[in-house]
Write a protein that binds this ligand. Structure first.
Ligand code: GDP
Ligand code: GDP
Length: 436
């Protein structure tokens, strides 16, 4: 199930990013603790009443050096294109402005549900201010205060009411969903064509049923695949489509819907910050990852080149040490046949369940080899380990005190588990929990 998407729109300074940060809570800072990963603060996830959703702050998407009104118009269009529910944010301090009316005009044109929020209503006396906002034509305005954290619950109650009841884009459990992520021109579309051009491939070509995603369904040797939201194969034309933030946004959406993410690099160009950012997101979202180095035909090589390139990748993507690397050429089709087996492997490992007794043997052996850490005379005790989820494999370790589980020891256990079960291509999660 992909999560519903909520977009916040509104003119600058009404408090969009303040509310965004409130809604996503601590999640963003967690992300920034992952070495090598810094993420744009425009896309994250939130949760309300047990419903998870993704949220976009469209105010963070700047479209070149367009004039002010054109910017906010485009941001509203992006919200219409991408979101299931739109939060239209205004400010009770300034009242209704002509820029608000401009945004409203664009939102009228779409069927996407809109929830109108009036921010900066910091105290009860200010509630009077909201009545003017009925004039915008989106029903009852909801007073909130981002700085005081007032009214957010009412706002989210209203937002959640508009979530779609079911997802028409679900494929069956066995279908492997993957996406190709990478900068323009790394060869994503060429690679898709190479994959689909193989003889054994039967393309069912069912176009995406959601708004604008184009999913390609196909079958190889009786196994079903879906290529999610293939960048570069979609119709182009909107002004904002070429902007960096927007393409990051598209990539993040595709990642959300995938089991396996192919991080495509161009052998001729190496690695840039944006590659890391997006790969970091795939990691953090718990997706399986395969790193693909394309255009391998285009560079001068000797017997050391591949090893050197690999080292460079490992150095730049330290958090992806589990991801296999495939070198190939979409153009000459050299080694493109090695990609599908890697996708299969990563996908199988992503969904792997291990036997509890074997898992506990592995962990207890690890503890015997490398004693648990102590802190102020207290030693970490590990009682029992169990796998609680797949996609990605997630393990709960029952201990005396989770505080005693240091990052380095957790890392050690992760490596022992990986050595024992071979989780190539997938992140795994360990969660220490106190046994009462
Ligand atoms: P954005 O441009 O819409 O993303 O707005 P920001 O979130 O950056 O906020 C703009 C300014 O309004 C900042 O100085 C915030 O501190 C302030 N602000 C945000 N929410 C509130 C609020 O509820 N009450 C008051 N008084 N100020 C707020
Ligand atoms: P996308 O924007 O990532 O989808 O990239 P495209 O598939 O459109 O490819 C961009 C350019 O790179 C095109 O001119 C392709 O012909 C070229 N290209 C793609 N794959 C390869 C490859 O393996 N080797 C070489 N030399 N060129 C390639």
């Amino acid at each position: 199930m992909s999560k519903p998407i909520v977009a916040i729109v509104g003119r600058p300074n009404v408090g969009k990013s303040t509310i965004f940060n409130r809604i996503v809570g601590e999640r963003i800072s967690i992300v920034e603790d992952v070495p090598g990963v810094t993420r744009d603060r425009i896309y994250s996830s939130g949760e309300w009443l047990n419903q998870e959703f993704n949220i976009i702050d469209t105010g963070g998407i700047d479209i070149g050096d367009e004039p002010f009104l054109a910017q906010i118009r485009h941001q509203a269009e992006i919200a219409i294109d991408e979101a299931d529910v739109i939060i239209f944010m205004t400010s009770g301090r300034e009242g209704v402005t002509s820029a608000d009316e401009e945004v409203a005009k664009i939102l009228y044109r779409s069927k996407t549900p809109v929830v109108l929020a009036v921010n900066k209503v910091d105290n009860p006396e200010m509630r009077e201010a909201i009545y003017d906002f009925y004039a915008l034509g989106f029903g009852e305005p909801i007073p909130i205060s981002g700085s005081h954290g007032i009214g957010l619950g009412d706002l989210l109650d209203e937002v959640v009411k508009h979530f779609p009841k079911h997802d028409d884009q679900d494929y069956d459990e066995e279908t492997i969903k993957f996406s190709l992520i990478g900068r323009p021109n790394v060869g994503k579309s060429s690679l898709v064509n190479a994959l689909l051009g193989e003889e054994r491939v039967i393309v069912s070509d069912i176009a995406g049923t959601t708004r604008d995603a184009i999913d390609t369904q196909y079958t190889v040797d009786g196994r079903d695949y879906v290529i999610i939201d293939t960048a570069g194969m979609r119709k182009k034309g909107k002004v904002y489509e070429s902007t960096e933030k927007y393409s990051v946004l598209r990539a993040l959406k595709a990642i959300e819907r995938s089991d396996v993410v192919l991080v495509v690099l161009n052998a001729e160009e190496g690695i840039i910050e944006q590659d890391k950012k997006i790969a970091g997101y795939a990691h953090e979202a718990g997706r399986a990852v395969v790193i693909v180095v394309n255009k391998w035909d285009a560079i001068e090589k000797d017997e050391k080149t591949m090893k050197e390139f690999e080292e460079k990748i490992r150095d730049n993507f330290q958090f992806l040490d589990y991801a296999p690397i495939v070198f190939l050429s979409a153009k000459t089709k050299k080694r493109t046949h090695t990609l599908l087996p890697m996708i299969n492997l990563a996908s199988e490992n992503h969904a792997m369940r291990v036997q509890t007794n074997v898992l506990n043997d592995v962990v207890m052996d690890a503890v015997a080899m490398n004693p648990t850490p102590t802190d102020k005379g207290n030693r970490l005790r590990i009682y029992y380990v169990t796998q609680v989820a797949v996609k990605p494999p997630t393990f709960v370790i029952f201990v005396n005190d989770p505080e005693l589980m240091h990052f380095s020891y957790e890392r050690f256990l992760e490596n022992r588990i990986r050595d024992a079960f071979g989780f190539e291509g997938t992140p795994i999660k360990l969660i220490a929990r106190a046994r009462k």
